[in-house]
Ligand binder design. Structure first.
Ligand SMILES: Cc1ncc(COP(=O)(O)O)c(C=O)c1O
Length: 460
């Protein structure tokens, strides 16, 4: 099992890395007269140190998300360059609402977002960072509602739960479209809805949260030609797989290659993009939608005639540090199909395929009907009934945690598990693993050994 450095030593070296850049940044303001800082005073320093120690103790009450044995929810540690760049930017704490609050970091956001738009093949775009995927989707659906007021928004049953909530906030009619047993939007069910003639937007999920399924984008685009509606891609989790589309299996590969034809895309740098939380991104293919954002703030835009990001985003204050972290990460790891960033994504995907292969070969488990399309694996522990399997999944989950292996649980229609002959409405609790760290590939034997021995106790 690979183990070269502990998490503590990684933190130390991160602090070392920051020393010179912090001094460099201070030089830019060296001409200003000195003023007192709370850190000048020893009593203050001691008080701060003591509170930080207390906070460290509290933070120890967490799952070890940074460790390769954490293979549960969609949690990926930010890259050290992102953590360091974020901390560096904190010396300024810029606000990317307007250039008045974040001149340099606004430029960095514009550059970083343009690179993301390029990754998706958008020739032109309007876009910016958001606090996360939910807000990014809200903006995309808000624009959709401005363009087609009162028309319905459709998303698949496996779409993220927030779409229903967002449309209720926006007061737009919403309906779910059935998914097939692989978790992908059912095209016949979609066409039945489209025939009613009142659909404004179809939300296409490029990587569903529960199982990583990819909706059939090329076929949905063909339906757009016939029925006329907007296509919004929720690629909050799965967007970056565009970089390794060539390594995905069909039909996901073709779906990824067609992303440039969408009207809007949401991707979350704080999921697969190695960023700290608070970093989503929304992109529109037609920059003209910027007209909907027009507002007349009497107090924010004075220091520049260039575009202020607050003029094209619904949120007002936003962390400029998020943009600095993203910019630095993409500078170190460019979003190219042959770079390290893409290779790391591919390693997680290989880990998922290998875990799925082992599950399929093991009679103690029942696999998901579909093969993993991205890097999420879902499976069931074989029991005599749905209720028994669900209870066994919970117990395996608990036993794995005792062995430091952290998986996740998910409730799914039983029809999504291989061999199920009952009705679609019956649900089962399954085990789920998101193998989104590059280290997961090297740690797969260690993961399997723990899962296997936790399951032995169950099925012995
Ligand atoms: C597909 C998808 N869309 C939207 C979201 C919501 O994103 P956030 O949690 O950043 O608000 C998620 C979160 O997991 C997601 O997986």
């Amino acid at each position: 099992m690979p183990s070269d450095s502990t998490s503590a030593s990684q933190h130390d070296s991160l602090l070392d890395l920051l020393e010179a850049p912090l001094a460099r940044l201070a030089e830019a303001f060296a001409g200003l007269p000195a003023f007192a800082s709370p850190l000048d005073n020893l009593a203050n320093r001691n008080a701060i140190a003591s509170v930080l120690n207390e906070a460290a103790v509290r933070m120890g009450d967490n799952y070890p998300y940074f460790h390769p044995l954490y293979a549960g929810q969609m949690m990926k540690p930010p890259h050290p360059v992102a953590r360091a760049a974020y901390a560096l930017a904190m010396a300024i704490n810029p606000n990317n609402h307007a250039r008045d609050g974040g001149r340099a970091s606004s430029e960095m956001e514009i550059e970083a977002v343009a690179e993301i738009a390029q990754m998706f093949g958008f020739k032109e775009h309007l876009g910016h960072l958001t606090s996360g995927g939910t807000f990014a989707n809200l903006e995309a659906l808000w624009v959709a509602g401005q363009l087609a007021p009162g028309k319905r928004i459709l998303a698949s049953e496996q779409a993220h739960y927030t779409h229903k909530r967002i449309t209720s906030v926006l007061k737009l009619p919403f309906d779910s479209v059935a998914s097939d047993t692989s978790g992908c939007m059912d095209l016949n069910a979609l066409e039945d809805e489209l025939q009613r003639g009142d659909v404004g937007t179809v939300v296409v999920t490029m990587g569903s949260t529960a199982v990583g399924s990819v909706d059939p984008l090329p076929e949905i685009l063909a339906l757009r030609d016939r029925y006329g509606f907007r296509v919004h891609l929720d690629a909050a989790y799965g967007g970056y797989f565009r970089l390794i589309a060539g390594e995905l299996d069909e039909p996901a590969r073709s779906a990824y290659l067609a992303m440039d034809e969408a009207d809007s895309i949401v991707v979350d740098p704080h999921k697969h993009g190695l960023q700290p939380y608070g970093c989503g991104c929304v992109l529109f293919r037609d920059p003209a939608v910027g007209r909907f954002y027009k507002h007349d703030s009497p107090y924010t835009y004075f220091t520049s005639h260039q575009l202020h990001l607050g003029e094209i985003s619904l949120e007002c204050s936003r962390a400029g540090a998020s943009a600095v972290a993203l910019w630095a990460t993409q500078r170190l790891l460019p979003l190219t199909t042959d770079g390290e960033f893409a290779r790391d994504l591919a390693a997680g995907r290989r880990a998922a395929k290998e875990l799925d292969r082992r599950i399929r070969a093991d009679s103690r488990f029942v696999p998901f009907v579909g093969r993993p399309q991205l890097d999420i694996v879902v499976w069931q522990v074989k029991g005599d009934s749905l209720a028994e399997s669900s209870t066994m999944a919970q117990r395996v989950f608990d036993r794995c945690a005792v062995k430091d292996l952290h998986l996740a649980l998910v409730q799914l229609p039983a029809a999504m598990l291989a061999g199920w002959r009952g009705t679609y409405s019956e649900t089962i609790t399954c085990l789920r693993s998101v193998l989104m760290k590059r280290e997961h590939e090297l740690w797969l034997d260690a993961i399997w050994e723990r899962l296997s021995s936790a399951t032995d106790l169950e099925t012995a």
